[in-house]
Design a protein around this ligand. Structure first.
Ligand SMILES: O=C(O)C1=C[C@@H](OP(=O)(O)O)[C@@H](O)[C@H](O)C1
Ligand SMILES: C=C(OP(=O)(O)O)C(=O)O
Length: 667
């Protein structure tokens, strides 16, 4: 996951390959609750691992459910058997509507029947998301529920009561379908003395989510009778029965970004393949595919996969009632930028009470890109875009805003070439923590569009640390080019190839088998991270790196580090030879005395003995050799900015480089 302050998406122009979807949020949280309420054990496979499911799991554990990971990746849940194991608790449910609403209903009826008191809360936005209709329905049933903040909103206290199932239970359905879902999931708990009838008042929205609820209840042995969308009956004596093992299908709402991407950027002969959902999905958002087809996507489907490519171009504008696909419809609003006329998405009033006011958020951010947008209480109209502007997209802690706006970075397909900045990209953790990694796995950009920052400088100037910190702050890849020369030197040592055998060392360099993994480096399958830092390896690296053929042999490997979303490369010739077009080149220096001192500290802390003046002599000799070699001598690029960090902390140097970088961005 990118936990950076922002993530800059360079202009991208194509997509291909295969995407594996994370599990469905709606299915995962329903299954967790059902497994938690029923008797015995249930093993859940391919469950979504994200903020929304983590809060649900944590809450169920607090309530006494044993939830353990299995060796095969499944999660074993031991249910409560419909009874409270714990009578008190304070549960934090983040911003997960699928945890807040159903857990409230379950705890309200359980505490009313068995006694107990539970406080449920969430993030600040959750305390602005309505729950009054559900509370009214549960109070009508005899549950005692107190508002701890504002009337109609969490946090709540669920504190006993006296359940009487006689009259019908009424619930409004026009603000969120999750209130009805919550009742359907919880009311089997009180069906022992008779059937429970739920009447829906007002127009029920987001109906397909009710179908998911009914489908999963059925898997747990509960057959709800349904009369249209008005009346639902939980039969008398309904008891949750574990199906033993359940598999969670991929998330259809998460699929929407890749279906859209295929429609925009995948060629028919190499469609984007999406695995995890398909024609057999029980999620309503699978019908996003039809909307994408209406806009021009070409889609092939199997039971649990989709293959999507561009059909019609530009996309065909759409006028669509999106009530049945409230979440995926946000993706259409960004696709609309690539259409042949204004697209109108209707009947989406519920957008206003979700992770943020989504109609307002989409309108504001689309306008930042330059789009003309009209919004009303329950619709949004988006015009296609011709004059794209680079924009820093605010994401309002809303995963879907972050994910759908990533599609705006494909503006080269509409004749533009501007980057898109996604602020606070970690908000995708709600349902798809690895969204951007997945996107970069299948998106393509022209190599010249992928930003590079080079940091060159002499030994012990601190460029490795600086580069690594800058890369971390921007979410970019890191190339420590020195490590490639060190690895070549180590290979030469191991295979007894003399350092002055240019041909022999170059052959080794060409055939290096290296693997980089989270700051560790493997040579021939063996972790050599520490060995590469040895002084003798460093000195030998300086010698072998003077050979032009060795440098040539490592060139392609270095270039291959330039991948989405960007690269920070450190070394001695990054800005002069390997990435001469880099947008920011830093030449880092520090006095020889400072560098010798740093190296000395480093060695002592690792338990090696060292002498400062010897170290200083060594590094001055090395500087001289690096500067005077004929192949790619170490020198600042003409357009490099110099940074002498002798008197700077690491943090200060990092901030300086980031400030230079930000100045060069168009946002
Ligand atoms: O029941 C569910 O799993 C959901 C129902 C929908 O909410 P509304 O019914 O509030 O539209 C949807 O937006 C949400 O992401 C998940
Ligand atoms: C509305 C959403 O979430 P929640 O389940 O919290 O309602 C969503 O995921 O788009």
């Amino acid at each position: 996951m990118y936990a950076t302050e922002f993530l800059d998406l360079p202009p991208m122009h194509a997509a291909a390959g295969t995407v594996q979807l994370p599990g469905s949020k709606s299915i995962s949280n329903r299954l967790l609750l059902l497994a938690g309420l029923c008797q015995g054990q249930t093993v859940l496979h391919d469950l979504l691992d994200s903020d929304d499911t983590r809060v649900m799991i944590a809450a169920l554990r607090q309530l006494g459910c044993a939830i353990e990971p299995r060796q095969d990746g499944g999660l074993r849940v031991t249910g409560l058997g419909g009874r409270l194991a714990v009578k008190q608790g304070q549960l934090f449910l983040g911003n997960a509507g699928t945890a807040m609403r159903p857990l409230c209903a379950a705890l309200a009826v359980l505490s009313a029947r068995e006694g107990g008191s539970f406080e449920v809360s969430g993030v600040a936005r959750m305390h602005e998301r309505p729950i009054g209709d559900l509370v009214d329905a549960l109070r009508g049933l005899g549950c005692r529920i107190d508002y701890l903040g504002h009337e109609g909103y969490p946090p709540l206290r669920l504190a006993g009561g006296n359940v009487h199932i006689g009259a019908q239970i009424r619930v409004r359905g026009d603000v969120s379908s999750q209130f009805l879902t919550a009742l359907l999931l919880a009311l089997p708990l009180v069906s022992d003395h008779g059937a429970v009838v739920i009447e829906v008042e007002g127009e029920l929205i987001s109906k397909p989510y009710i179908e998911i609820t009914l489908n999963l209840l059925q898997r747990f042995g509960i057959q709800v009778e349904r009369n249209g969308w008005r009346r639902f009956t939980v039969p008398a004596g309904s008891v949750y029965r574990s199906p033993g093992q359940v598999h969670v299908e991929g998330d259809a709402s998460s699929a929407s970004y890749f279906v859209a991407l295929g429609a925009l950027a995948a060629q028919p002969e190499a469609p984007l393949r999406i695995e995890g959902v398909g024609a057999d999905s029980i999620q309503g958002d699978i019908r996003f595919v039809e909307a994408a087809e209406a806009m021009g996507a070409q889609v092939k489907r199997g039971p649990n996969w989709l293959e999507v490519s561009r059909g019609r171009w530009p996309l065909r504008a759409l006028d669509l009632d999106c009530n049945h696909i409230p979440d995926a419809a946000m993706t259409l609003a960004v696709m609309a930028l690539y259409a042949d006329g204004p697209t109108t998405l209707r009947n989406i009033a519920s957008w206003r009470v979700k992770e943020t006011d989504r109609i307002a958020a989409m309108a504001a951010e689309l306008r930042k890109l330059g789009a003309e947008v009209r919004e009303g209480d329950d619709f949004i109209e988006v015009h296609p875009l011709s004059a794209w502007q680079p924009a820093a997209i605010k994401t309002y802690d809303d995963h879907r805003v972050a994910m759908c706006f990533s599609l705006a970075a494909f503006n080269p397909l509409a004749g533009a070439s501007v980057p898109v900045r996604i602020l606070d990209p970690k908000c995708v953790a709600k349902t798809f923590p690895d969204y951007f990694e997945t996107l970069f796995g299948c998106a393509r950009a022209h190599v010249d569009d992928i930003p590079v920052i080079t940091i060159d400088g002499p030994t012990a100037s601190g460029k490795g640390t600086l580069a690594s910190e800058v890369a971390k702050a921007l979410g970019y890849h890191l190339l420590d080019s020195g490590s490639l020369y060190r690895a070549t030197a180590l290979a030469a040592l191991r295979q007894s190839v003399p350092a002055d055998d240019e041909e022999g060392v170059a052959r080794l360099a060409t055939a290096l088998s290296l693997r980089f993994d989270d700051h560790r480096i493997e040579l021939d399958g063996q972790d050599v991270t520490e060995e590469l830092r040895r002084e003798d390896v460093g000195l030998l690296a300086s010698r072998v790196s003077a050979h032009a053929r060795v440098r040539d042999a490592l060139r392609e490997l270095q270039l291959s580090f330039r991948r989405l979303p960007g690269l920070v490369a450190d070394g001695r010739d990054m800005g002069t030879v390997i990435f001469p077009q880099a947008a920011l080149k830093v030449f880092l220096t520090a006095s020889a005395a400072t560098r010798a001192e740093r190296r000395h500290k480093q060695l002592i802390s690792k338990g090696f003995s060292a002498n400062i003046s010897d170290l200083r002599q060594d590094l001055e000799a090395r500087d001289a050799r690096d500067r005077s070699r004929s192949a790619a001598p170490m020198k600042p690029a003409e357009d490099a900015v110099s940074l002498d960090n002798s008197a700077l902390s690491i943090e200060e140097s990092v901030q300086q480089v980031l400030a230079w970088w930000k100045q060069r961005q168009p946002f």
